[in-house]
Design a protein around this ligand. Structure first.
Ligand SMILES: NC(=O)c1ccc[n+]([C@@H]2O[C@H](COP(=O)([O-])OP(=O)(O)OC[C@H]3O[C@@H](n4cnc5c(N)ncnc54)[C@H](O)[C@@H]3O)[C@@H](O)[C@H]2O)c1
Length: 253
C-alpha cells in the first residue's frame, strides 16, 4: 500500500492511461477523483473501481475551462478532504501542419493539453501548500522531446509541458511539492483512439504498433501507470523536475 491515506486527482482518467493510473493508485490505498469530459466512461470507471471495494469519484470537467476546474476541485475536496497527488493526464491529438491547422484546432489542442495543466495546478497547488506536501505528475509525450510529422499543435503543447514541469518544480520545491513529467512513446490505450487516429492513419495499427519502437510492441497503459506510481509515492522523494521517457527505446536512436 504505497499510497495509503493519500488522495489523487487524475484528469482524463475515464479511459486509457489515466484509467490505468486510477486503478493502480486505488489498489495502493489511494482515494481517486477522475476529472474527465467523457461522462459515460467516467461513470463506468468509477463503478469498476468502487465495486472492487476502493474509493473513486468521477466528476465531469473540461480542464480547459477555469469555471469547471474550480467546481471540480471543490467537489474533490468535499470527497477527499485533501489532495496530495495530481496527475495532469487529459490530452487530445489533432492532425495538421502549421499551414493546415485552423486557429480553432490550435487553440483546442493547446487549451486542453497545456492550459489545462495550468488551470488545474493553479487550483490544487494552494491546497498542497496547506498540506505541506504534494506530487504533481504531468503527461507529456516523446512528441514533446522530438518532432513528429503532421502534429504541430500537439508537438507544441507537449514541448510546453516538458518545460512547464521544470519551472513548476523550481517554484514549489520549497513547499515540498514535487513536479515530474512522463514522456510515453506509443501506448496502446484502452480505446486505442489516439493510436489508431494518428500513429497509424490508414494502416493496420497492429503492424504499425509492432514496428514503431525498438522494443517491438506498443506500450500498455499499465507501463505508464507504474511510472506515475513511482512519482506519486514517497519512494521518489528526491525526484523533482524529472522528465521520464518510457518509449520502448524510440528516442534512444
Ligand atoms: N497513447 C499514447 O500513445 C500516448 C503517447 C504519448 C503521450 N500520451 C499522452 O498521455 C495522455 C493520455 O493518453 P491516452 O492514450 O490515455 O488518451 P485517450 O484518448 O485514451 O484518453 C484521454 C482522456 O482524456 C479525456 N479528455 C480529453 N479532453 C479533455 C478535457 N478537455 N478535459 C478533461 N478530460 C479530457 C478524454 O475524454 C479521455 O478520457 C495524454 O495526455 C496523451 O497525450 C499518450
Amino acid at each position: 500500500m504505497k499510497l495509503r491515506r493519500k488522495s489523487a486527482v487524475i484528469t482524463g482518467g475515464a479511459v486509457g492511461i489515466g484509467k490505468a493510473v486510477a486503478q493502480l493508485f486505488s489498489s495502493e490505498g489511494c482515494q481517486v477523483v477522475i476529472a474527465d469530459v467523457n461522462e459515460e466512461k467516467g461513470a463506468e470507471t468509477q463503478k469498476e473501481i468502487n465495486q472492487q471495494g476502493r474509493n473513486c469519484l468521477f466528476i465531469r470537467c473540461d480542464v480547459a475551462r477555469a469555471d469547471e476546474v474550480k467546481n471540480m476541485v471543490q467537489k474533490a475536496i468535499s470527497f477527499c478532504g485533501s489532495i496530495n497527488i495530481l496527475v495532469n493526464n487529459a490530452g487530445i491529438w489533432r492532425p495538421g501542419r502549421v499551414t493546415d491547422l485552423t486557429e480553432e484546432t490550435w487553440d483546442r489542442v493547446l487549451d486542453t493539453n497545456l492550459k489545462g495543466i495550468f488551470l488545474v495546478s493553479k487550483e490544487i497547488i494552494p491546497l498542497m501548500q496547506k498540506e505541506g506536501e504534494g506530487s504533481i505528475i504531468n503527461l507529456a509525450s516523446v512528441a514533446g522531446l522530438v518532432g513528429s510529422r503532421d502534429g504541430s499543435a500537439y508537438n507544441a503543447s507537449k514541448g510546453g509541458i516538458v518545460n512547464l514541469t521544470r519551472g513548476m518544480a523550481l517554484d514549489f520545491a520549497k513547499d515540498s511539492i514535487r513536479v515530474n513529467c512522463i514522456c510515453p512513446g506509443l501506448i496502446d490505450s484502452a480505446q486505442g483512439d489516439m493510436v489508431v487516429a494518428h500513429y497509424a492513419p490508414g494502416k493496420d495499427p497492429r503492424t504499425a504498433k509492432a514496428s514503431w519502437q525498438p522494443i517491438a510492441r506498443a506500450g500498455i497503459p499499465q507501463d505508464v501507470a507504474e511510472v506515475a506510481l513511482y512519482f506519486a509515492s514517497d519512494e521518489s522523494s528526491f525526484a523533482t523536475g524529472s522528465i521520464f521517457v518510457i518509449d520502448g527505446g524510440l528516442t534512444a536512436e
